[in-house]
Each structure stands twice: as structure tokens, then as C-alpha cells.
Design a binder for this molecule. Structure first.
Ligand SMILES: Cc1cc2nc3c(=O)[nH]c(=O)nc-3n(C[C@H](O)[C@H](O)[C@H](O)COP(=O)(O)OP(=O)(O)OC[C@H]3O[C@@H](n4cnc5c(N)ncnc54)[C@H](O)[C@@H]3O)c2cc1C
Length: 465
């Protein structure tokens, strides 16, 4: 197909989700009918943060889109479905901390450094001159910050030629046009408020325009394994795939990345009464080790030893986007954190966005899809996407919020216990059996959702709006 006859898909944001969509569409585009333009505000691609959990469910998607070989050497273990420990859970807000239980799951959790993951996705982009096989054409435009878009209506006859009905406006760059706009521009999305303000009843969407503070703050940092071995040679994390240190109103997630060279530490301080209030500090700031340590005064020594090894910890507010019930309308579709940014306590935000990208790419490139996307066809894709993805993302977000409470011992029966208190063993056992069940989805099959979504291409559905 000649370049000008291809369907022009613009992706805003080259984070994990935008990149995954480009890789997935290229993998599925057997008829070579899409031209992808990936617009990224930053002058270069870099991932903030250190480690990320990839669950078996997400891994199946990455396999399907051709990422298996490139990712395997970067993972902490071979991706199979053996039952593996994900975390040892420890009651740690006391000097004599102890093991409560292990979270054991089929396939465990694959751990990878974010920068390695992002680099691998970039390597698989079908860019000109890249080693990747090219079905869809693709161009990456760095330093392109979208500030607005305009839509013109086009005839909805199936045979209508491309008229690029969306115009994208960038800061200090010429405007360009496209057939479909996909927003993957993250929690502070520019597209989301523009999209919501164009819905029939924009006032209804007021509270979804901006994310709100969850009341939690995260201290993050990387520990060099070699340094920990010097400082604390018998540290448990040198032998375990992951530990979660829990106590009242706080929990700390710890796991190795980069083949064990580093240990990723994310410590959450959960001030439940501040949920929904305004965060007044910066969105990320470097803090003194002393501040980090003072938050975990009186906690078991092996946790404090990790904090001592973090030279430059950072502090972040953990924000949440309220549960939006529409992800697509007409030619504008939103994916990932742009539309369902969630608190990180299930380690599922990126995975949920990767699923959005996978399902959308499968719909776009389905064999029954026409060679040009009429308004009625793209409307049908958007209706299916809303129907399949909205409930899933809301369920994941709710489970993440719930887990944030459970991991910090905010649960029925725990009201009277303060940080550092002894808590009856049976209460802790019951609580963490709920936490285990909360993670029951991790090895389920995303193919089922893909089949349901593509199945709707054959039968009409009732649109949400
Ligand atoms: C502490 C913590 C731990 C987490 N752990 C996990 C985990 O273990 N597993 C998991 O699945 N998820 C995890 N998550 C969630 C995960 O990090 C996010 O869900 C994921 O990174 C979102 O990816 P995204 O591509 O949607 O957005 P982003 O990564 O935010 O990417 C958005 C991109 O869009 C660009 N952009 C923004 N505005 C514009 C614009 N106007 N024009 C052009 N470009 C623009 C940005 O520069 C950026 O590159 C965690 C989150 C946190 C905070």
C-alpha cells in the first residue's frame, strides 16, 4: 500500500503504553495498511523509576507482539508458570520483625528495570533503518508537545478516502493531521481534559480532568547489591525474589532488578485521612536519607539497612485518577495512565495499559477491518474498546486502592493498633490471605479479552454514549 493510502494513526506519548501500541500494531498489521506517528514531548526517551513487575498475564501479551526474545535476557527469571514466591510478607514496624506469609503465584512476577524495558520496546519499533520487521510504517517525533487538537467531520461511507480529519497542534511546531488520535500521554494527560470537554455533558466529567492525591507518599531508590553485601552480608533480599515489609500506615516493597545488580525499594507512607486532599509539594523531589530513615524509626533493622544504602532517595506523591467510564469517542481513543492512572499497590498500572494497547491494536488490524476507517467503523471500534476496557481498568484500579489499605493494616479489626504494636497472629494471617486472593488475576489469560473484543466486530453492540 502506498504511504498516502495508509491509515494515519498518531500516538501522543512514547511511554511504555504508547510504545507497546506501536509495536503491537506493527506485529498485527499483516495488510501493511497503517502509518504510525509517535509524538513525544521530551527531547529524548527515558523512563523514570527503577523496577517494574510484569505478571504472567502481561507477559503473554508481550510474547504475542514479538517481545519475547529481546526481553528474556533482561528478566530476573525465565518466564514459565511454575509456582514462585512473589513476596515474603513481614511484619516489620518493630525491632523483632517476623515473617507473616509468602505470596506464591503461578509464574511469580517478572521483574525488569524500566529503562531496559523501554529500550527493548524502542528497538522493536518499525522505524526506518531499524532491524525490526516493518508492516506498519512508523516515525518517532521527539520534542513534540501536543497542546490541542481539532476535529472535522468526514462522510461516514465505508469507501470514503482518507481526509485526515484530526489536526494536532504542538508547542512551537507546525500542526499535522491524522485519521485517528491515540492518547498515551500519562497521568497528567493533555488530551484527557480536551477529550472530556468535548463530550456532550462536560460538567459530568469535571472530577476526571485532574488526578487527585491518594494520601500516600512514596520514597524510592535503588540499592547496589554489592554495597548491601558489604553492609549486611546476610540480608534476606540477597536470597529472596521479593519482600514486602508491612506495618501500620506504611509498607515497603523490595525486589532485585537488572539480574540482581540493584535492589529496587519503594516505601509507601499512607496517610488515609489525607486521601483526596491537595498535595502541595513538587511531583518528585530528592530528599535526605535522614528524612526517609525517620519515617521508619523503630522498624526492623534489615529494612533500615536498605535505606542506609540509598544515597539519593526521591519522594513522590501517589496520585489516582477517578474511575472514568469512557475511553474513546469518534476518532480519539485514550490508553494507559492517561485514562486510568491507578495507585501502584497491585503493580498493575503499566500492565493494564499494555492490555489496552494490545486489544486496540488487535481491533485495528483485525482481518475484517476495511482498508480505510470510515467514521462508522472507528465508532464501532471505540464502542467495543469502551465496553471491554472500561470495566476491566476500573476493577484493577479498585483492587489497587483496596490493596493499599490492606498492605498498611487499614482493615476491619485493625482499628485500635498503632505503628509498632503487636497484632494478633490470626488477624494478620486472615488479612494477608485476602491480599493473596486480591492477586488471583495475575496468571489469567488476556487472549480471552482479545477474543471477546474482536468477536464484537461481528455483532453490533449498544454504544455507551
Ligand atoms: C511507585 C510506582 C510503582 C509502579 N509499579 C508498577 C509495576 O510494578 N507494574 C505495573 O504494571 N505498573 C506499575 N506502576 C504504574 C506504571 O508506572 C504506569 O502505569 C505506566 O508507567 C504508565 O505508562 P504510560 O505509557 O501510560 O504513561 P507514561 O509512562 O507517563 O508516559 C507518558 C508519555 O507521554 C509523554 N507526554 C505527556 N504529555 C505529552 C504531550 N502533551 N505531548 C506529547 N507527549 C506527552 C510523556 O513525556 C511520557 O513519555 C507503578 C507506578 C508507580 C508510581
Amino acid at each position: 500500500m502506498s504511504e498516502q493510502d495508509r491509515i494515519r494513526v498518531a500516538i501522543i506519548g512514547a511511554g511504555i503504553v504508547g510504545l507497546t501500541f506501536a509495536v503491537a500494531l506493527n506485529a498485527f498489521d499483516k495488510e501493511h495498511k497503517f502509518a504510525i506517528d509517535l509524538y513525544e514531548a521530551a527531547p529524548e526517551l527515558s523512563e523514570i523509576g527503577a523496577g517494574i513487575n510484569i505478571w504472567p498475564r502481561t507477559w503473554r501479551i508481550l510474547e504475542q507482539i514479538g517481545m519475547k526474545d529481546i526481553l528474556i535476557p533482561l528478566l530476573d527469571h525465565y518466564p514459565d508458570l511454575k509456582r514462585r514466591v512473589v513476596f515474603e510478607i513481614r511484619k516489620s514496624d518493630q525491632r523483632d520483625g517476623f515473617r507473616i506469609t509468602d505470596i506464591v503465584k503461578e509464574g511469580g512476577a517478572l521483574r525488569i528495570h524500566r529503562a531496559d524495558f523501554q529500550r527493548s520496546l524502542i528497538e522493536r519499533l518499525p522505524l526506518p533503518g531499524s532491524g525490526a520487521s516493518i508492516n506498519s510504517t512508523c516515525n518517532l517525533h521527539l520534542s513534540h508537545r501536543l497542546i490541542d487538537y481539532t476535529e472535522t467531520s468526514v462522510p461516514s461511507s465505508p469507501g470514503s478516502s482518507h481526509s485526515c480529519p484530526i489536526t494536532l497542534h504542538f508547542a512551537d511546531r507546525p500542526s499535522v493531521s491524522c485519521d485517528i488520535l491515540l492518547a498515551a500521554d500519562g497521568i497528567k494527560s493533555t488530551v484527557r481534559p480536551l477529550f472530556l470537554n468535548r463530550l456532550p455533558d462536560p460538567q459530568r466529567y469535571e472530577r476526571y480532568m485532574e488526578p487527585v492525591w491518594s494520601g500516600s507518599t512514596a520514597y524510592r531508590g535503588l540499592v547496589e547489591q554489592a554495597e548491601l553485601m558489604r553492609a549486611f552480608p546476610v540480608h534476606r533480599i540477597l536470597k529472596l525474589p521479593g519482600i514486602m515489609y508491612v506495618g501500620k500506615s506504611k509498607h515497603v516493597v523490595v525486589y532485585p532488578v537488572s539480574g540482581g545488580k540493584y535492589i529496587n525499594v519503594v516505601a509507601v507512607v499512607h496517610e488515609v485521612f489525607k486521601e483526596g486532599t491537595e498535595w502541595t509539594g513538587p511531583s518528585s523531589v530528592q530528599v535526605d536519607q535522614a528524612e526517609f530513615l525517620s519515617c521508619f524509626e523503630g522498624w526492623e533493622e534489615e529494612l533500615r539497612a536498605l535505606i542506609y544504602c540509598i544515597k539519593q532517595p526521591t519522594k513522590w506523591p501517589i496520585n489516582n485518577l477517578d474511575h472514568l467510564d469512557i475511553f474513546a469517542k469518534q476518532r480519539v481513543l485514550l490508553m494507559g495512565d492517561a485514562v486510568h492512572a491507578m495507585v501502584p499497590h497491585q503493580g498493575a498500572g503499566a500492565g493494564t495499559g499494555i492490555e489496552d494497547a494490545y486489544i486496540l491494536a488487535a481491533l485495528f488490524a483485525h482481518p475484517s477491518s476495511p482498508r480505510s476507517f470510515s467514521a462508522s467503523w472507528i465508532k464501532q471500534l471505540g464502542d467495543i474498546y469502551n465496553l471491554v476496557r472500561v470495566p476491566h481498568a476500573i476493577a484493577m484500579s479498585k483492587a489497587s486502592i483496596k490493596q493499599g489499605y490492606l498492605d498498611t493494616l487499614h482493615a476491619p479489626g485493625f482499628e485500635k493498633y498503632k505503628e509498632g504494636d503487636d497484632v494478633p497472629r490470626d488477624l494478620l494471617d486472615d488479612l494477608f490471605s485476602v491480599v493473596k486472593r486480591n492477586w488471583d488475576w495475575t496468571a489469567t489469560d488476556p487472549e480471552k479479552d482479545r477474543r471477546i473484543a474482536t468477536g464484537y466486530l461481528e455483532k453490533p453492540i449498544t454504544p455507551m454514549l
